[in-house]
Ligand binder design. Structure first.
Ligand code: 4NP
Length: 167
């Protein structure tokens, strides 16, 4: 089925859900709106830890986002087993996120839905999005560079209908 005739559901996942994944969420929503595709795609984010449930993104992440025109106003959520059914693609930021997500899918029933966000970066060659939480402003800026890169490619793949077809 044409992806644009069926809502594509994307979930970004990191540890705390206050830095990387809500940045991906906000950048993706911004890009989709710009392309007039926001009604075709459901975007959300979650953390493998529950420390920051209902919190806004980290202030440093929000400030860096605003400077680039991204409003990051997600409220923290904890990744749950039901998310495997509720989303088509679960994009993790690092290997620890992958391990935590896999703990909720011991039979690997949903393995094809779980991918590294960095697989979609075309301008940066790396395996993981580094956690900026204990870093400085340049680390947050770097996260946004990666988010813009990967989200551009995600939008391109949604538009050409290849996002959910290849591994
Ligand atoms: P995130 O960053 O996983 O990109 O949201 C972190 C945020 C908070 C913590 C760790 C990482 N924390 O330990 O509270």
């Amino acid at each position: 089925m044409n992806q644009l005739s069926q809502k594509t559901r994307l979930l970004f996942v990191c540890l705390g859900n206050i830095c990387r994944s809500p940045a991906a969420d906000g950048v993706m929503q911004h890009f989709l709106k710009r392309e007039g595709l926001d009604q075709n795609v459901l975007v959300d984010s979650a953390g493998t830890a529950d420390y920051h449930v209902n919190s806004l993104p980290d202030k440093r992440m929000r400030q860096c986002g605003l400077k680039r025109g991204f409003t990051l106003d997600h409220r923290g959520k904890h990744f749950k087993k039901e998310d495997f059914d509720n989303f088509d693609l679960i994009l993790v930021m690092d290997k620890d996120n992958l391990r935590q997500v896999q703990l909720l899918d011991p039979q690997r029933e949903f393995k094809d839905k779980v991918r590294f966000f960095t697989e979609f970066c075309t301008q940066h060659q790396l395996n993981e999005v580094p956690d900026p939480y204990t870093g400085d402003e340049s680390d947050f800026e770097y996260v946004l560079d990666l988010m813009e890169d990967g989200c551009n490619e995600l939008v391109r793949r949604i538009k050409d209908g290849t996002l959910l077809k290849s591994n």
